[in-house]
Design a protein around this ligand. Sequence first.
Ligand code: FE2
Length: 242
Amino acid sequence: MIRLFNRKRTISNPLTVDIHSHLLPGLDDGVSSLDESLEILKNFEKFGYKKVVTTPHIMSDFYRNTPDGISEALRELQHFVKDKTEIIVEAAAEYYLDEGFIELLTEHADRILCIGNKYILFETSFMSEPVYLKEAIFYIQSHGYKPLMAHPERYQYLHNSWDLTMDLIDRGTLFQVNINSLAGYYTKPVQKMAIRLIKNSIVHFLGSDCHNMHHWDVTLKAFNTRGFRMATGLPLLNNSLA
Ligand SMILES: [Fe+2]
């Protein structure tokens, strides 16, 4: 557990591994330069993290990232930060649940990028339940992986249906809540949903979903929230990936 003092209070962070961020420049809507990545990675290190698994978007319409392209960008970042930070940087992906993702799961499972050889991070539309949501979960599991839903607290269709939320859990889906949701960064309903998930002990990972330095500044504030303290009292899986 790292404890650092800022002007007003102690910042305590027991997390040592982050599993959701956008720190490979040029691949998505995340950082714009290697320098920005380095600055963020140094901050992760300062606040107790030992490893960051960064997860560029893969989305058929906007971000057609490939394993080769991600590996190349990762190698470039690793080379750039070498000797400047001790933090370990790895990469996987954040898959948008669209037809391209279903095709990947059904026809090219060998090309899937997963976190810690185990977890497939996926996101969905914010508004409505995707048609293939339950199929995607099934396909992920059929390949021996664990489905890890990115920021479930941000989806309107889950705000409207606790039954569906619990159904996803019953099917073996793991939930990754964004740390910034706990600071009210998105909306109040998102913050409220995050707290509800925590109170029901159905949060398995916390993630920064860091896209830039502004996001990191919010994360620092979120470390001081009651929601963060409650969440880190759960048996989170982050540190199992150290
Ligand atoms: Fe993300």
